[in-house]
Design a protein around this ligand. Structure first.
Ligand code: AMP
Ligand code: GLY
Length: 426
């Protein structure tokens, strides 16, 4: 079967690596892809917003399955268009992608189907939102309703900070995403990312991970797309995973079906493990980046076959075969990130890292020019280490990082620090 993979990040490079191992795969195409993905797939230039063009390409190249990596094309309805044309795809419909595309929609779903989450209220007026903040007091969390590239959430420590966040969100900088805001209770605990494969009816617990969202060591500084991740999350034991499936994933799946928008694809639950148990912070409707780079190398079965079962509504209720090995991914970002990154600096020595045992390098914002590999984005490379323990995985990942010669980039040296600290279960 020929497969088209949509996306260009480290997550998609990890997806491409896994798809390439499938005995079902004939040819893998990727749009827009990147120089790393190009090693295992044929790169194609497609306007992903032009669904008719994507469908034409699929027909021309006899594509039997489309894998959509990022959220934006899902929220824009690419899966609906492909399915209407008789093509199969991994990912939710536009209606089901509202789980990520609208925080208000998800909060209302939680309320209706008794999914544990932070208490909240929705607002379209700054005056009413500010009155609510006065009533509730700080700390409090202010969120833009729609997709805001990870910048639409402010955890305000004071009422003044919350007011400023409300004004910012209604200022128009987030466009339509900021027409409505959510104000919610601040949850306390440790965050975990939990992934379940879904076929509209059934869900299969897939894997857990923890990521590091802040740019600075010890989790300080501005939020990023993610500076590193490790899998499994040490605090996600079998009992907690079962609770997440029963209290969060299961009710969400039943709820979406009842609302006429059954969810197919991978459901990514961002959780806070509170003293009262797991609570939902947010849903995403795709794999995490960089979580996927840590999770997918642990998969010991055919990803393409699992994805097809999701799309075709025939997921078996069983355990996914995952290696007990630990994986830890360090993100290398270009100087300037998460602000405007410096582009065009040369990266050397990837081959040195790639031949190290238990090290996998995936590319994100890179480009090739005249035989050189250049930085071309914010998050540029991911180095994943695999090991029997998290400490071993981390040592391998950083050995890989140190083999790479890229003066124009930086990484956090403390990925996985929480997993070692005694407050882990706190
Ligand atoms: P989100 O984009 O919804 O994942 O939010 C980004 C980050 O803000 C999360 O990963 C949390 O660290 C934090 N956050 C969001 N909502 C809450 C909440 N209700 N309580 C505490 N922290 C939160
Ligand atoms: N690493 C978080 C995300 O993919 O949303």
């Amino acid at each position: 079967m020929n497969v088209l993979l949509i996306g260009s990040g480290g997550r998609e490079h990890a997806l491409a690596n896994s798809l390439t191992k499938s005995p079902l795969l004939d040819r893998l195409y990727a749009a827009p892809g990147n120089p790393g993905i190009q090693r295992v797939a044929e790169i194609v230039t497609l306007d992903l917003g032009d669904h008719a063009a994507v469908i034409d390409f699929c027909r021309l190249m006899n594509i039997g399955f489309v894998v959509v990596g990022p959220e934006a094309p899902l929220v824009e309805g690419i899966v609906d268009a492909l399915e209407a044309a008789g093509l199969r795809a991994f990912g939710p419909s536009r209606a089901a992608a509202r789980l990520e595309g609208s925080k208000g929609f998800t909060k209302d779903l939680c309320r209706r189907f008794a999914i544990p989450t932070a208490a909240y209220a929705r607002f379209t007026s700054a005056t009413q939102a500010k009155a609510h903040v006065r009533k509730e007091g700080a700390p409090i969390v202010v969120k833009a309703d729609g997709l805001a590239a990870g910048k639409g959430v402010v955890v305000a420590q004071t009422v003044a900070e919350a007011d400023a966040a409300i004004d910012l969100m209604f200022s128009g900088i987030f466009g339509a995403a900021g027409r409505e805001i959510i104000i919610e209770e601040k949850l306390e605990g440790e965050e975990v990312s939990f992934f379940a494969l879904c076929d509209g009816e059934r869900a299969l617990s897939f894997a857990s991970a923890q990521d590091h969202k802040r740019v600075g060591e010890a989790d300080v500084g501005p939020n990023t797309g993610g500076m590193g991740a490790y899998s499994p999350a040490p605090l996600m034991d079998a009992a907690l995973a079962e609770r997440v499936m029963a209290e969060i994933v299961g009710p969400a799946l039943r709820g979406m079906k009842e609302l006429g928008a059954p969810f197919k694809g991978v459901l990514f639950a961002g959780l806070m493990i509170t003293s009262q148990g797991p609570k939902l912070i947010e849903f995403n409707v795709r794999f995490g980046d960089p979580e996927a780079q840590a999770i997918l190398p642990r998969l010991e079965e055919d990803l393409l076959s699992l994805m097809r079962a999701c799309a075709e509504g025939r997921l078996e209720e069983r355990a996914v075969k995952l290696s007990p090995r630990n994986a830890l991914t360090v993100v290398l970002a270009a100087d300037g990130y998460p602000g405007p990154p410096k582009k065009g600096t040369e990266i050397r020595g990837l081959d040195r890292a790639e031949i190290m045992p238990g090290v996998i390098v995936t590319q994100a914002g890179t480009r090739r020019e005249g035989g050189k590999l250049l930085a071309d984005g914010g998050r540029v490379l991911n180095v994943t280490g695999l090991g029997a323990t998290l400490a071993e995985a981390r040592a391998r990942a950083y050995a890989g990082v140190d083999a790479i010669d890229w003066p124009g980039g930086f990484c956090r040296r403390d990925i996985g620090w929480r997993a070692n600290s005694p407050s882990q279960m706190g």
